[in-house]
Design a protein around this ligand. Structure first.
Ligand code: GTP
Ligand code: ZN
Length: 352
């Protein structure tokens, strides 16, 4: 038994250099206390995080699939393990009641959804790892939809390389067509959902084969939607009792749910109502990248071009005006400019 398998959390501290050691393909790396190998580690999916305990899924999709509870090894230091992470775990991987495995590594992430507390705040929080889609849930009414908030979600998704999808709920209360005009220029899949007409089969189709993070402000009906899509989820719904806070606790943490249909499986990663979605850490260039049809023209822009209406010699604006970008060009440019203007506002706030 190696020193590593002590089964408790008081492993010796490592310095940063020990963590950066690359695996040696020849397999002749020396075994020393400062170079844990964990050759026996298995990779698992993080499904839930609760006060230092992680629920992870091992042998996903096989007969041996099981959920186990894990803690983090101290060598992870301050690196946060978040929902959607793939992690290497060691120790007791049986999943028997009372057992606790240990997370020793975070597998490099394909995407990382982050947010800062506000726009001038460069400190970011990691929300979800490895999602490839973001379902933005917004109500047609109650609460009133705000396009700027949706813009922020879209920017966060595009910046992270995540495909955004929009779901408008409560269309029984209001007609969303005016609101939806804001997004006409975006290449966005849009679902509309009413209390008694939820397009569950269609949404499920869009989720199969993907890891989709669900975001939306409190009260938009996100939990109702998650429960309808994944009946076993049992997210708490309805208005919270402000005195006791009851009805809140089951939807206060980010949890992953499997969704299935005859074509396969996917994952729904439900986040609690994100109250702020600061953009302090985001690079506007990533937003332009998502507008693939405009990005080519942008290569001819002067250096540092903002692409905003007052930008001199902006090649995108010129291409749209000359008709080069086709009929949808103006709407696409309008959408891009609206998203980019969000950053201009941010810079102004920060400089103030
Ligand atoms: N009229 C109508 N009401 C809906 C619809 N979907 C959800 N609701 C109601 O809206 C309220 C809020 O729904 P929730 O699912 O709890 O909303 P949420 O977005 O999860 O909110 P939090 O739990 O606070 O994050 C509940 O009273 C739901 O019954 C809909 O399509 N139409
Ligand atoms: Zn430009």
């Amino acid at each position: 038994m190696s020193w590593w398998d002590t089964g408790d959390d008081d492993e010796p501290e490592f310095d940063e250099s020990s963590i950066r050691v690359r695996p040696n393909r020849k397999g002749n790396r020396p075994r020393t206390k400062t170079r844990p190998e964990h050759n026996d580690a298995q990779t698992a999916r993080v499904l839930a995080v609760d006060r230092g305990r992680y629920t992870v899924l091992l042998d996903e999709g096989t007969k041996k699939e099981r959920r186990i509870t894990a803690s983090r090894a101290s060598e992870l230091r301050k690196h946060a393990v978040v929902n959607g992470d793939r992690v290497d775990v060691v120790g007791d991987l049986s999943g028997e009641p009372g057992t606790l495995a240990r997370i020793v590594r975070i597998v490099p992430r394909t995407t990382l959804l982050r947010r800062s507390a506000d726009d001038s705040d460069e400190v970011e929080r990691v929300i979800v790892a490895n999602a490839d889609q973001m379902l933005v849930v917004v109500a047609a009414a109650d609460p009133e939809p705000r396009e700027r908030l949706v813009d922020r979600y879209l920017i966060a998704a595009l910046d992270a390389g995540i495909r955004p999808i929009l779901c408008i709920t409560k269309t029984d209360l209001a007609d969303p067509s005016e609101f939806l005009k804001n997004f006409a220029g975006l290449d966005l899949l849009v679902f509309t959902s009413a209390e008694d007409r939820m397009p569950l089969a269609e949404i499920t189709d869009a989720l199969i084969g993907h890891d989709t993070v669900f975001v939306g402000h409190s009260g938009v009906g996100k939990s109702t939607l998650v429960n309808a899509l994944v009946p076993s989820a049992q997210r708490a719904t309805g208005h919270v009792n402000v005195v006791t806070g009851r009805g809140r606790h089951t939807s206060s943490s980010t949890v992953s749910y499997r969704i299935e249909n005859e074509n396969g499986t996917g994952w729904v990663i439900d986040t609690p109502g994100v109250r702020s979605f600061g953009l302090g850490h985001i690079d506007p260039a990533n937003v332009l990248k998502a507008f693939t049809d405009l990005a080519e023209a942008a290569e001819r822009c002067p250096r540092g071009c903002t692409h905003l209406p007052d930008a001199p010699d902006c090649a995108i604006i010129e291409a749209v005006e000359s008709g080069e970008l086709g009929e949808t060009g103006p709407a696409r440019l309008d959408s891009l400019q609206r998203l980019l203007a969000t950053f201009a506002t941010r810079a102004a706030t920060r400089d103030a």
